[in-house]
Design a protein around this ligand. Sequence first.
Ligand SMILES: [Zn+2]
Length: 134
Amino acid sequence: MDPELRRAVRLRARFRCEYCQLPEAHAAVAPFQIEHIVARQHGGPTVLANLALACHHDNLHKGPNLTGIDPVTRKLVRLFHPRRMKWARHFEWDGPFLRGLTPIGRATILVPQMNHEDRVELRRTLLREGVFRP
Ligand SMILES: [Zn+2]
């Protein structure tokens, strides 16, 4: 991928994961990745409008998925699209836990396992240290 495009995506995201908002400076295991929101295998292009900065965890678990099941309504819904949707409309913080405010928010939390115990523990630590302010 073109280094200028990568740089533009990271700057636009203000160096935070566009799904879980984790600051890149606190990536625990691996560096953040430039993610295709609509995966290449679904014809998603490598252009700014289809790219997002994502932590390794969220990118790995989201994979090429475009949809998920809302655990409340049990309906199939599209996943959060960081370019077309506003984060605060679909998610909110409850301490270290991410809560879904909409079917899209709830399904998007489940598919990448954003409230996996390891992620909650990492956020709890960062909150305690005062370096993660959602
Ligand atoms: Zn993330």
